[in-house]
Write a protein that binds this ligand. Structure first.
Ligand SMILES: [Zn+2]
Ligand SMILES: [Zn+2]
Length: 279
């Protein structure tokens, strides 16, 4: 499995000289299998560049949305396969308690927020609501499960016979917990992440900032590292960087957190353009 990071920023696109190295595009990760299956994890602004880089021979692509906060769908209308009548685009994402996934997506993909309506897209569009148990997409087995974040939000576990990728970009497992982490069975997201070869996870705040944002749905770097250790992952990528953190800030915050926690697994900061080969 080849995993590429196309957008690593959280909350708001943050282009600029001071964020150029970690990247300013919002959440988007590509997972490509050895047989050519392409999964797109979230449709943040990073999805535009991914869309134009996909092979022109591709006839099916699956976009897996964790939730519908703007930073995870803002790039959707700029995803080239949506405008190709020869491509089947499957979009997976959560409904709410009152609206189907289609109605939730239509809120963005319709005027006045966007000039093109969902029903006008030329591709062959298929929508699926998650979580819906395990499902197969080409050579991948995908598991989705609800995780702690405001509004219905899932994380994804993607497996092949040789590798497991886990993607939980927005997640606050420490919410309401006096001493984090708790036992695994009481920890949000644990079953998804357990034993992953690669975990890509929310690390929005520094430990110092977190107390001001309790309940906003995100993790501090130290909480994210503790979650990764609890889940016994093989490699960890901190992701969904705060828009206010410059490249220099992130270098410093990640170095400090690693010195404090001393994790027993490799940690690779989430940098736009990074590629990982699993299995
Ligand atoms: Zn987000
Ligand atoms: Zn969110």
């Amino acid at each position: 499995m080849r995993v590429a990071l196309w957008g690593t920023r959280g909350s708001l696109g943050s282009p600029g000289a001071e964020t150029a190295r970690y990247g300013g595009n919002t959440s988007c990760v590509e997972a490509r299998g050895s047989e050519g299956t392409v999964l797109v994890l979230d449709a943040g602004t990073g999805i535009r560049r991914l869309g134009v880089a996909l092979p022109s021979s591709l006839r099916r692509v699956d976009v897996l949305l964790t939730h519908l906060h703007m930073d995870h769908i803002q790039g959707l209308g700029f995803f080239a396969p949506l405008y190709n009548p020869e491509v089947e685009v499957h979009i997976w994402g959560p409904a709410s308690t009152t609206l189907h996934l289609r109605n939730r997506l239509m809120r963005y993909l319709s005027p006045p927020l966007f000039p093109v309506r969902l029903r006008e897209l030329p591709c062959r569009l298929v929508l699926h609501e998650v979580p819906c148990g395990d499902f197969a997409v080409g050579e991948f087995c995908v598991t989705s499960a609800l995780v702690g974040h405001p509004g219905p939000t899932v994380g994804y576990r993607i497996t092949t016979p040789h590798a497991t990728l886990v993607y939980i970009p927005d997640h606050e497992p420490a919410l309401g917990v006096r001493q984090f982490p708790l036992a695994p069975e009481w920890t949000s997201g644990y079953a998804l992440a357990a034993g992953a070869d690669l975990l890509i996870h929310d690390a929005q705040y520094s430990g110092e900032e977190y107390p001001d944002y309790v309940g906003w749905g995100h993790s501090s770097l130290t909480h994210a590292l503790a979650f990764a250790a609890l889940a016994e992952v093989k490699q960890f990528v901190p992701f969904h960087h705060d828009p206010a953190h410059t490249d220099e800030d992130l270098d410093r915050l990640i170095t400090e957190a690693l010195a404090e926690v001393r994790p027993g697994f490799p940690v690779t900061p989430g940098v736009e353009g990074a590629v990982f080969h699993l299995g």
